[in-house]
Every structure is written in structure tokens, then in C-alpha cells.
Design a protein around this ligand. Structure first.
Ligand code: ZN
Length: 166
């Protein structure tokens, strides 16, 4: 078994649509909806320090998935002050280690930073289930989407377990 799409073949490639330029504003950008993280509408943080907050998702299928956000509203890595950019490596390592310590069936922790939905810096940490080789590499978020969701309370409980190991 190798990296595999979570869909039956044959899949038919699509042509890209018309480009939308300028792109619609994201959450937290001028002209866009307000930033949900700054407005406190994200899931409650399970862990935080002076620079970062750690949150469980809602409507997810991977137990132990979490996302890390900066306290300050900045967009991407290049917008972080140098001190925070350096600190990101330290805190990401702590999150990864806590996930691997607490979750007993995880092979590897994948980090994803897209930034296409909201403009507030946040990075996803997705646990790739042990032995699930079809979900290696870029396939994990696709599998995450098609697998049945856990309850939000289960996701939050796993997040609290990870926080306790931070
Ligand atoms: Zn924000």
C-alpha cells in the first residue's frame, strides 16, 4: 500500500476554472469577514503561553488533530516578528512530542499551513494513523475529509490530553 487518494478510480482530471483576480478577501482582511480567532469564536484553547494558543478542531475525523495560532494577528511566517518565528520551531516541537506521547496509534505528525481561509497565523498538526500508508504525504488531509467525523467532545478531549503533556 502506498499513498492513495480516498476515492475510487477512475477519477477524471478537471481543468482549472477562471481565475478570480483580485481574490476575495479572507477572514480578518480588509473588506472580509472579521477574524474569528481574534473575535474569540474559535474553539477554546486547550493550551497557551504568552505567544501561542492551541486548539482542537470541530467536525474532524482524526483524534488528536490540533491547530496552533499566534496570539498576535499576523498572516504568515514572514509576518511573524523574528522572536516568534524562532519560537515557532520550539513550540511546534513541543506540540509534536506531546501528540506522539499521548496518542498511541500515530506514526507521524504532519504540519500544514495554508492560510487560504483566514488571515490569522495558524498551523495544523494532523496525526497520521499508524500503519495507514495510503494516507502518507499529501493524502492525509483528503482522508481526513472522507473519514467519519468524531464528536467535537472527543476531539476536544484529545486536545486536552495533548495540552496536559505539553
Ligand atoms: Zn486574528
Amino acid at each position: 500500500m502506498t499513498m492513495t487518494l480516498p476515492y475510487q478510480e477512475p477519477l477524471v482530471p478537471l481543468e482549472p476554472g477562471e481565475r478570480r483576480i483580485p481574490e476575495p478577501p479572507r477572514r480578518g482582511e480588509a473588506g472580509g469577514p472579521p477574524c474569528g480567532i481574534c473575535a474569540g469564536r474559535a474553539t477554546a484553547a486547550v493550551w497557551s503561553d504568552e505567544h501561542w494558543t492551541l486548539h482542537p478542531p470541530v467536525g474532524g475525523s482524526l483524534r488528536g488533530a490540533v491547530w496552533l495560532a499566534s496570539r498576535e494577528h499576523v498572516d504568515s511566517f514572514s509576518d511573524l516578528p523574528d522572536e516568534l518565528a524562532c519560537d515557532f520551531g520550539r513550540v511546534a516541537a513541543r506540540v509534536e512530542k506531546a501528540m506522539l506521547t499521548v496518542l498511541d496509534d500515530v506514526a507521524r505528525v504532519h504540519l500544514y499551513r495554508w492560510g487560504d481561509g483566514g488571515s490569522h497565523f495558524h498551523v495544523w498538526f494532523l496525526p497520521r494513523p499508524l500503519g495507514m500508508l495510503e494516507a502518507t504525504g499529501m493524502m492525509l488531509p483528503l482522508w481526513e475529509d472522507v473519514l467519519p467525523n468524531l464528536s467535537d467532545e472527543e476531539l476536544a478531549e484529545a486536545g486536552r490530553d495533548i495540552a496536559a503533556a505539553m
